[in-house]
Design a protein around this ligand. Structure first.
Ligand code: FAD
Length: 344
């Protein structure tokens, strides 16, 4: 275990923003993780678990504690007749794992191709896109309980998955460190084609294979600046910056009256609907490419806030506040941010 001091965090995030970690360590297995956690405890240091830094905004002053980057690798497969179970180290790169399962013709996560970050980050906010979310395929999650320092296997039902939420980022936030995730996928299964963008590429009746669907998802993502591509300024972001709000019927009517148009809606829990935050932001007067200082709205996706070059975390948050205030004033909807804040 090699503990380093004053390590710049900006290069370890997709935003490319933020100051240093006072202490930093990379842990490649469970023993190293435990050792690092104990090291922080003995010194009464705060601990932050870092994956790929793709859903993170680090404060300009950095973080005055230990940043533990999970680098546990390895993919093991147990093939079965109806399901193949993949046990994947939390430090594996997510998109590489998706590619592997697509090559194996195992269905379940093909629509989540092109999402940056690590495997360990996926249960945290129940990563989802294009009509799929990891809650549908996660069988169990192996964790270190940071309260008891005991290792545990949690079944999916215990993880409290809902839209962009799990117990890892809500009721038990900061308590568990994800070490390994088991995904149950369908060998020879058909691709998931629920989402309008995908149905435009593959009309009813077509039967694309998983590789074709994953490739289409990547193309759509790239067209929106939602794929990490070297030199593409629009992807210097944390992906979607705001969650899509979930409202009841009366709120939907009020928004419709205030906007003079009915927003597109998606199903949510009973009696509720989900509406696109991007629609609200645009109706509140923001256009793609809008800039405030060195922070901006992506030129291809209203939901992504981007670092236009040298932006500070303060500038990103100033733009966030401006958008939240305007959308709130116009529609009485309170937008909540999706990325995690560190060091604020
Ligand atoms: C261009 C772009 C597109 C994106 N598209 C999508 C999308 O379509 N859908 C979507 O859901 N997200 C999307 N995201 C957001 C992000 O990629 C995902 O949320 C990803 O799963 C975050 O994983 P990470 O390893 O980068 O986590 P980090 O950003 O490093 O951390 C995020 C949170 O997870 C915690 N965490 C990370 N690893 C662990 C672990 N091993 N144990 C415990 N806690 C951990 C951290 O402490 C932190 O609270 C996108 C981001 C970008 C930049």
């Amino acid at each position: 275990m090699k503990i380093q001091e004053n390590v710049p965090l900006a290069p370890l995030t997709t935003f490319g923003i933020g100051g240093p970690a006072r202490w930093f360590v990379e842990a490649a297995d469970e023993t190293e993780v435990l050792e690092a956690v104990r090291w922080a405890r003995e010194r009464s240091l705060r601990l932050f678990v870092l994956g790929g830094g793709s859903n993170l905004l680090v404060a300009d002053a950095g973080f005055d504690g230990l940043v533990l980057r999970v680098a546990i690798k390895g993919i093991e497969v147990v093939p079965g007749v109806n399901a193949w179970v993949y046990s994947v180290g939390a430090g594996e790169e997510w998109d590489g794992f998706v590619q592997r399962t697509v090559m194996d013709c195992c269905a379940g996560i093909e629509c989540l191709a092109g999402i940056p970050g690590t495997v360990g980050g996926t249960p945290v906010q129940n990563v989802g896109a294009y009509g799929q979310e990891v809650a549908e395929s996660i069988a169990r999650v192996r964790v270190l309980d940071l309260e008891t320092l005991g290792f545990r296997e949690m079944e999916a039902a215990e993880c409290g998955f809902t839209y962009r939420q799990s117990l890892f980022n809500s009721s038990a936030k900061g308590r568990y460190l994800v070490l390994r995730v088991d995904y149950r996928l369908r060998p020879g299964g058909a691709a998931n084609l629920r989402y309008a963008d995908l149905l435009r590429v593959f009309p009813a009746g077509s039967q694309p294979n998983l590789a074709e669907v994953a490739a289409a998802v990547r193309r759509i993502r790239q067209s929106k600046g939602m794929l990490l591509v070297e030199g593409d300024a629009d992807c210097r972001s944390a992906g979607s910056f705001f969650k899509n709000p979930i409202v009841d019927e009366s709120m939907l009517d009020e928004i419709t009256a205030r906007a003079g148009a009915r927003p597109p809606i998606y199903p949510a829990a009973e009696g509720l609907v989900k509406l696109p935050a991007a629609w609200l932001i645009e109706r509140a007067g923001f256009e793609k490419g809008f800039q405030l200082g060195r922070a901006g709205i992506s030129s291809r996706h209203t939901l992504a806030l981007v670092n236009l070059g040298g932006a500070t975390a303060g500038e990103i948050l100033a733009l966030r506040d401006f958008i939240v205030e305007r959308v709130g004033a116009q529609f009485r909807v309170s937008l909540t941010m999706e990325p995690v804040l560190l060091g604020f």
